[in-house]
Design a protein. Structure first.
Length: 290
């Protein structure tokens, strides 16, 4: 039984192995290989991609799935997070996939829940399966990580995607930069001017401004954001020939990304979403390994 809480606790070899298994899943292997297992998806924060991509992965593996709906549950009667999770463990499910808005929500579960726990995102800390699908997409594109340059642009400070990715990408030998408005910067990372990043990077990864995590409204308008940090077709035309565009989604057309860039030739956004299913099949299989 193996949890997946943070990528930082996995070695580079383990990460590469998960990506290898995900590639096998992409080639159509592993279908129905976990038949009969029951998995519960407990999302205490909204999600489209992560939740239903886990759901698709579970169905491909032949699992039976429970999608918990917090809004229609006894949490509305005051039941706690811990008691809700403990209830699902008591049902006898074979794995739990959990997302919550609290950083490291899993701390209160460690040693008290005896079923594999897969982190589908905790607050602004970690999003291991998102990073794995990002890595899978980059590896497919370039065949390596070593020496690649990436700029992650936007709401870095509140982004679990940025935090997880930068830690693991640096370990894999990538050069990571951040860009975007001062108010969302995280000073621990190397800053690069946006237009310079667009011209020089191998990967431009855009982020959504996560208004729901902010106490204060953004100081600039969405039009100004788009003008200064939005990836427009004009900017895309200055990118290197082999450079690609990524975004974890949901994206805001006309803010961090222009409408026509979403599905342009350099965009790998829907490929990332596609890869997400295979990465999640791989981490589910890993959860049940000895
Ligand atoms: C991200 C998340 O939830 O952290 N989305 C995702 O999982 N694909 C990023 C976001 O919400 O902006």
């Amino acid at each position: 039984m193996k949890d997946l809480l943070q990528l930082s606790t996995l070695s580079v070899e383990e990460i590469q192995h998960i990506l290898d298994v995900a590639e096998l899943c992409r080639q159509g292997e592993m279908i129905d290989s976990e038949k009969g297992r029951i998995v519960a998806n407990l999302f205490f924060e909204p999600s489209t991609r992560t939740q239903y991509s886990f759901n698709t992965a579970q169905l491909k593996l032949g699992c039976k799935v429970i999608n918990f709906n917090a809004q229609a549950s006894s949490m509305q009667k005051g039941e706690s997070f811990y008691d809700t999770v403990k209830t699902f463990e008591s049902f006898g499910v074979d794995a739990l996939v959990i997302r919550d808005r609290k950083d490291e929500y899993y701390r209160e579960l460690i040693g008290r829940i005896h079923v594999p726990l897969l982190n589908a995102g905790d607050g602004k800390k970690d999003h291991p399966t998102q990073s794995l699908l990002d890595l899978m997409t980059i590896r497919q594109e370039f065949g390596r990580f070593e020496g690649l340059n990436i700029a992650i642009v936007g709401d870095i400070k509140y982004s679990r995607v940025a935090h997880t990715n930068i830690e693991v990408m640096q370990r894999l030998g990538m050069h990571c930069y951040v860009s975007g408005p001062q108010e969302y910067r995280d000073e621990q990372f190397d800053y690069i001017d946006f237009d310079q990043a667009v011209r020089q990077m191998d990967v431009i990864m855009l982020l959504r401004v996560q208004h729901e995590r902010h106490e204060q409204a953004m100081s600039i308008s969405t039009q100004e954001y788009h003008q200064k940090y939005g990836l427009t077709m004009e900017r895309v035309n200055t990118m290197k020939e082999k450079a690609i565009i990524m975004h974890p989604a949901p994206f805001n057309r006309g803010v961090e990304i222009a409408d026509e860039v979403v599905e342009c030739e350099k965009s790998r956004i829907f490929k990332q979403i596609h890869n997400g299913v295979f990465v999640r099949m791989a981490v589910l299989k890993r959860a049940w390994e000895d």
